[in-house]
Design a protein around this ligand. Structure first.
Ligand code: CA
Length: 233
């Protein structure tokens, strides 16, 4: 097979990169491997990988600077591989154009799902943004009619709740930072995370079966929210 997607793994820890390479190769991806930031930038320029898995703690430079450098000329999906509890770093990376992150330690299934999502979305992102309709599990959004249905029943949302739900659904599967959502919904001067939280809680009450265990709007602790791409019973 010639068109196997090419994944660039940027990671200086041999154990972690070995683990990731093995998973990727056994799932029919081609893998390139960089152990420093400089090498990552060179390999990106020379091989144009389909997805970059980027560790932020590299020996020669901060992974954030690799991200910035690549974003100067390329929109290649970049998935940050981050340690637990590095919320600030994750937010900074997302704001600088990273597409998503995955937190160590992660399972095989999670890694593969994130990569599949990036591959799918690098092609479909524009379609999603201009779609007229979206169905996720039992939730249906009709953007044209501004109609939201859950199990076929109309859900009554306030204008702000509707805007939040549209923003999340247009980026389904992707984590959105608090700042991003606030800017999209309230504009450049919005800054109130508390108001966002209250609105999310209200939307959950209206669309989730159990708002304590949401399945449609997922919380990314300390970072933001992610709308599920698929919900199955
Ligand atoms: Ca590292």
């Amino acid at each position: 097979m010639n068109n196997q997607p090419l994944i660039l793994v940027v990671e200086d820890d041999q154990t972690v990169s070995g683990f990731m390479s093995a998973i990727l190769k056994s799932n029919d991806y081609k893998v390139l491997h960089a152990t420093s930031g400089k090498e990552a930038i060179l390999l990106t320029a020379s091989h144009s990988p389909d997805v970059i898995l980027l560790d932020l703690g590299l020996p020669d430079m901060d992974g954030i600077n690799v991200l910035k450098a690549v974003r100067e000329w390329s929109k290649i999906p970049i998935l940050i591989v981050s340690a637990r509890g590095m919320e600030r770093e994750k937010i900074e990376a997302l704001d600088l154009g990273a597409d998503d992150y995955i937190t160590k330690p992660f399972g095989t299934g999670e890694l593969l799902a994130r990569i599949r999502r990036e591959l799918r979305h690098s092609q479909a992102a524009d379609d999603l943004l201009t779609a007229e309709k979206m169905v996720i599990g039992n939730l249906e959004l009709n953007y044209e009619k501004r109609l939201v249905l859950m199990n076929g029943q109309e859900v009554h949302l306030t204008p702000i709740e509707y805007k939040i739900l549209v923003t999340l659904s247009k980026h389904a599967g992707k984590v959105l930072t608090y700042d991003f959502i606030i800017r999209e919904v309230w504009g450049p001067y919005g800054n109130d995370i508390m108001t966002l939280r209250v609105n999310i809680a209200n939307i959950r009450k209206k669309i989730e079966e159990n708002s304590a265990e949401p399945r449609y709007i997922l919380t990314e602790m300390g970072v933001g929210y992610r709308m599920a791409e698929e919900v199955t019973d």
